[in-house]
Design a protein around this ligand. Structure first.
Ligand code: SF4
Length: 456
């Protein structure tokens, strides 16, 4: 018999409700008679107060453990894998897939295409619904998994099939209607490709999603990202200023209509679309609850609002010179924030450096895709002051290295200054400018070995 290793317990919180009654190495088979197939089952079925756990010991014996705890209290179990199952790979061939546009030679995990409903629920990842079986759809409904984040792109079946390269892609709207009827909340994303799903197609998509409000709680429209590694991939048209302006105008008008009819704008363009259109970003309160921050919607205005509020309470800076390195997209906003801080304290001694992206191509401007190699190339030989501040989004967290596997420590050594990753928060940025610095993260002792050898 092949055993599932994913439900094997790695550690037990001795201070939790199970104390020492469960041991690492045992496998959790069921809770109150319900089979545990993955982390969703585990979270859902372990919610109640009185539980009967069925465990299999490493020797193969089955034993039962009763536990009483507070409703909703975590059992304190850690499993061999986070999902308690294999991650689900996507079944699509999206014409705009960013993963296909990575250069070769990066670590294997970068090329993994996940499309996993469990990650949508647990981590907010977006899914396409194309690899869900009927049983899984029913389980999402039965477990009331909510919200579900969905990459919609288009609601016209034929167009969605073409965009996603999957004959099943046209069924998404029906599934979404079932979720809506079951009271499941959905956040949606549209990757907009000029000439494919903008114009009338975008109007139709927005109308169809509006019809599902309030189950559909928010929709973001983000521009297709095109790197310089597209050899052999479908030809796509990049956004021009005019085309981006048309999309921003259409979404704004639609949002006005929704605001009047529904009390929410519902559909929002990402900051990047405004930048491509060279249209000023709307004020912070335009973004309502900021539901779509992960898609870069309202991020810059929120950063500004947080920064302004922190600046009111800031005391004199430490006067130590510093640099802020960021992607080209965020550089103007950071310059504006630095300027306003300098107006308050002229002893503040910092500058902003925009890092061109040569790894993915110059049209990629977001800070989160700046690599260690590009950072070093842009900063080497410049007067950086005594420290460099970067966005923490540039790092892959567990290993504390950049997307190209350059460790933070190595970049710091190459530049001869400490580099401080700053969380995406205006207050944290203001603090760092004034000399209140976070700890520099260190890689975990068991972090994956990197293939890095280029800069040390
Ligand atoms: S769903 Fe599409 S964009 Fe996402 S990983 Fe799969 S192919 Fe790429």
């Amino acid at each position: 018999m092949v055993r599932n290793v994913h439900n094997v317990i790695k550690s037990v919180d001795a201070a939790g409700p199970l104390g020492r009654r469960v041991r690492p190495g045992e496998a959790l088979l069921s809770v109150n008679g319900k089979l545990i197939r993955d982390v969703l089952d585990y979270k859902f079925y372990s919610y109640d107060r009185d539980l009967l756990l069925e465990l299999r010991t490493p020797e193969g014996k089955i034993r039962l453990v009763r536990v009483r705890k507070a409703e909703g209290q975590d059992l304190g179990l850690d499993f061999e894998t986070y999902l308690m199952d294999r991650p689900r790979a996507c079944a699509n061939r999206c014409v705009f897939c960013f993963i296909d546009q990575n250069p070769p030679g990066m670590r294997k995990s970068i090329y993994f295409k996940d499309d996993d409903a469990r990650l949508s629920f647990l981590m907010g990842c977006y899914i396409t619904l194309t690899n869900l079986t009927e049983r899984e759809i029913e389980r999402i409904i039965a477990l009331r998994v909510s919200p579900v984040n969905i990459s919609v792109h288009a609601t016209d079946g034929a167009l969605r099939r073409k965009l996603l390269g999957n004959p099943r892609a046209g069924e998404a709207l029906d599934v979404m209607r079932r979720f809506a009827a079951a009271g499941i909340t959905m956040n949606c994303q549209i990757v907009c490709c000029p000439g494919l799903n903008d114009g009338q197609a975008l109007e139709r998509t927005m109308e169809d999603l509006k019809a599902l409000h309030p189950a559909v709680r928010s929709v973001s429209v983000v521009p297709v990202g095109l790197t310089c590694h597209r050899a052999g991939l479908p030809e796509l048209t990049p956004f021009t200023r005019e085309r981006a302006s048309e999309v921003v105008r259409a979404v704004t008008q639609f949002g006005n209509k929704c605001a009047a009819e529904l009390g929410t704008r519902l559909v929002f363009c990402s900051d990047e679309l405004y930048q491509l259109a060279q249209i000023e970003l709307p004020p912070d309160d335009f973004y309502e609850e900021h539901v779509q921050l992960e898609n870069g919607v309202g991020m810059l205005r929120l950063l500004e609002a947080e920064f302004d509020s922190a600046l009111r309470y800031a005391t004199a800076p430490d006067g130590v010179p510093f640099s802020i390195a960021t992607g080209a997209a965020a550089a103007p906003m950071l310059e504006k924030l630095l300027f306003s801080a300098k107006k308050k304290y002229d002893t503040l001694n910092g500058k902003v450096i925009a890092v061109p992206n040569d790894f993915f191509g110059r049209s990629v401007t977001v800070a989160g895709l700046v690599t260690g190699g590009d950072l070093i190339a842009a900063l080497r030989g410049r007067d950086l002051g005594a420290r460099v501040l970067i966005s923490a989004d540039m790092l892959r967290r567990e290993e504390v290295d950049f997307l190209d596997s350059v460790p933070l420590r190595a970049a710091s050594e190459a530049l001869g200054v400490p580099i401080y990753p700053i969380e995406n928060d205006g207050g944290a940025l203001c603090d760092a400018m004034f000399g209140i610095l976070p700890e520099i993260p260190q890689p975990a002792a068991d972090a994956e070995e990197t293939e890095y050898n280029k800069y040390n």
